[in-house]
Each structure stands twice: as structure tokens, then as C-alpha cells.
Design a protein around this ligand. Sequence first.
Ligand SMILES: Cc1ncc(COP(=O)(O)O)c(C=O)c1O
Length: 432
Amino acid sequence: MDTETQGKPALLGGRPTLQEPLPSPHNVGEEEVAATARVLRGGPLSGFVGVAGDKFYGGAEVRRFEARFAQYFGVKHAVSFNSGTTALHGTIAALGIGPCDEVIVPPYTMAASAVCVVMNGAVPVFADIDPRTFCLDPKSVREKITKYTKAILVVHLFGQSADMDAIMAIAKEHNLKVIEDNAQSPAAKYKGRYAGTIGDVGMFSFNVNKVAQCGEGGVLVTNDDNYALRAQLLRNHGESVVDDLPGYDAGPIFGSNYRMTELEAAVAYEQLEKLERFNAHKVGLCEYLTAQLSGIPGITTPHIPEGNTHVYFNHALLIDESKLGLSRDLLCKAMAAEGFPLGKGYVKPVYHLRMFQERRAFNQTHFPFEYDGYGGAPDYRKGSLPVVERLHFKELVATQLCQYPRTKETIDLFVVALKKVLAHRDALSAAQ
Ligand SMILES: Cc1ncc(COP(=O)(O)O)c(C=O)c1O
């Protein structure tokens, strides 16, 4: 790769550090090719049928993947879905949460973590985040509990676990369920236990951007037989099946088609076998990046609380503009010009989205946010959660630079670009 490490920043007319864009990450190998060929030659491409009986639970590849997943993470049930989002829908449905119920969620996450609550006719209530881990702040969670609260949905953001001891203690005290959105932190550990397996129901994603992926896919995990069955009913036309399940007494349910194909399951199985290796690669690069950046005034590198391991879906930094001598916007602009786009924050706080601002999810009604029979008053005002707003709009910068199969050389170039930008901070600011 042709690089320019000296001289003026690209934003001031110099040569960009990176002369061509980094290749897109691709982690599919011969094992996945062989697995898909096996399915394509042997068929069928999906093993599900939406009636009670053996095929209600999916085909051979789906069941093999689910069994391996359950064994890997040490849970009783792993139920595959066709995306992490539909698996999240399953977590809420499994617990029987619906209209007039509230679920406390973090605002710094992919919208699906809150929208899955609305999909079930329930109300997401946002609590603020911890300024160092970016996961739910237990103190804020406590403040958001009302008589309608039924569950806390934690998101293990960017690759490490939320403070699960504190969350589980609050849940116990108030008789609430705990759901773990673990889309971003597969195989991260909290005090020796896998994130995603500590609460009542957990969820994982296998979408193309995740460390282990099959294009699109998700998994719900639980140790509870009834929750697992309700998830399976949601996944596969439950309303048509439930009458034929003798003794079913886990409450009303209807389903959809959220079924994983045999091809996806075959790929997901192989990727799961490589998860540890993929994570180790990413952790190694992220720790190397952290070491290169530590000591630069105005940059705070990732904080990992005692007892957590971090698998770095994102490597997130906090910027103190006055100490850095450069605004966050200008830093990101200058790094993009060098060939290294940086995220200004992550995604905007979810309650800023139009559906929450207008309280409209279904046509012209305000259901489920306001209607006769529900007396709650969730607060979606912009500015209402100061920590997430400060981090997102002022301080946080995120990169996925360390994705497999990138190398140390890529990180070195990133650091060269950053140092070049910082060496010219005054000229860059003056040129604005
Ligand atoms: C925190 C979080 N939750 C949920 C999802 C949804 O997963 P999927 O894209 O597999 O539907 C994602 C995916 O980006 C995510 O990052």
C-alpha cells in the first residue's frame, strides 16, 4: 500500500496517509464454502414447516447449529432466528410482555433494541448510560421504574458487558425480568460468565457486520423451557401450531416467519467455531491501538471494569476537545481525508428518532405510547438524558478499524495519520 507518512495533512493539501481505501473485511473461508456446498447438494434449503411435529423445529443444519450454540455458551436452549432483530422480538414475546407494560432500555444502541418492545405493543422507557462503559447506568435504571415496568433490557455495547450484578439486583428487588441484547459482544465475559447468558433471555446477532456472521441471523438463548417454546412459536406461525401442542399453557401467542435457512445455519456453525480466533485477533489489534494512543492528552481509551473481558465490536475513544486542541468534528474530518473515517459518536440517542418524538408507531394513533388503559408517561424529550447526549454529540469517536483480517500495519498507519493531524492542529483549526 502506497503511503505518505510525513508532511501536511490531506485536509491542508498534503497526500493522504492511505492512498487507497482499506479492503472490506471478509471472514468467510473454505469451511463455510464446504458447508454451503453440502447443503446445496443435499438440500433442502429450509427444513421448517409451520405445523406441530418434528419439522416445526427446523432442519438438520438449524438444529445442529442450535445444539452447538447452546453447548458453547452453556445454556439449555438456543433458538435461531433469521436476524438479531427478530430474535429480539422473540425475547420480549417469550416473556409475555405486551400492551401496558414498560421495558427499561438504553438509548445508546441500535434502534432495534427499543423497537422490539414496540413490536410487542409495549413501551420502551429510556435510562441513561454509564459514561465509561456506555452501557445502562443502574442508578438511572432505578429512577425509571414505574408500576408498569416489567423488564430491563440491557445492551452489552461495543464488546463488553453492562454491570450485570447491579442490574440483576434491581430486577430481583422489583420482580422484573432481565433481557440481554448481546448482538455486539459474543463471548465477552462478565465475572467469568458469558454476556448474554446471565439474565432471563439473551440474544445474539449473526449479521454481516458482526464478528461471527452468516449474512443475516440471530439466536435467542434461555434456560427456561417455556420461554424457549414461546420463542419457537413466535418464529414459526405459533397461532396455527399451539392448539396441537398438548398441555401448552404459556399464554396467548401468535407467530411469524422468522426462520433461519439451512444455508445460513451451516455458515453460522462454521463461524461459531472460529469465534474465539476472530475475537482474539480483534482484541489483539484493539489493545495494540489502545497502547499507541494512551498518553495523548485529550484522548481517553476504552475503560474495562474489573471482571469484564472486552471483544471490541467497536473501539471507542472519548475526546476532550480543549485538551486535544482540536474539535471532534475537525478531527474526524481530517482523519477521513487521511483515509480513516471515524464515527462522530455512534448512533443518535434512540429517543431522538421520529417515532419517539412524535409518539407514532402505527399510523395516526399514539399506541402504544398513549392510549386509554395505559397511564404511563415515558419521557422522550431531547436533552432528558445528559450523559448519552454529551457522549454522542460532543465526546465519543468510534472505529471498526480492527476488524478481521486487518493487521498491525493498518493500525500503525492510523496512528501515523492521527499524529500528523495533531501535529498540525493549529493550522487545521485556523483553516476552518
Ligand atoms: C445492539 C444491537 N442490537 C440489535 C441488533 C440487530 O441485529 P440484526 O442486525 O442481526 O437484526 C444489532 C445489529 O446491528 C445491534 O448492534
